[in-house]
Design a binder for this molecule. Sequence first.
Ligand code: DAT
Ligand code: MG
Length: 152
Amino acid sequence: TDSERSFVMIKPDGVSRQLVGKIVSRFEERGYKLVAIKTVTPSEDLAKEHYSDLAARPFYPGLVKYITSGTPVVAMVWEGKDVIKQGRRIVGATNPLDADPGSVRGQYAVSVGRNLIHASDSFEAATKEIGLWFQQGELSDYEPVAWPWVMA
Ligand code: DAT
Ligand code: MG
């Protein structure tokens, strides 16, 4: 099928604010398949590797500190048609003040430094991030009953 996978992470503010269910529901209800989900309290090494492309940016130290606050994140893999691009649309613009009000950031966030959620921005990023956060055996292979209706 023309299915792909994306890495999506609810950041510590999303977990602390108890928005996990609402965020997961958006992906589920759109028709995407949950391939993996777990809470993780990221180490500094993991956070730095996840955001390694941004290492030269002035906000990088604060970003790593935020992700390693001690409150867990929810790491997920979602699968389905165009899920990388559509996941970015569900999440909304990086700065929540620019995010569509129907997006997660546009509905629940106001600060770029506390923007609730991450989603892979390319196939290359998704491949790197899924491999960084999950072991192969943590990725489930199954077919939701609605899959043929969603994917036709
Ligand atoms: P996104 O999370 O939308 O993919 P990104 O990859 O450019 O955005 O940056 C990763 C995170 O870094 C982003 O979610 C929040 C933080 N960030 C980005 N730009 C920032 C800025 N100008 N000031 C503070 N934090 C920023
Ligand atoms: Mg990004």
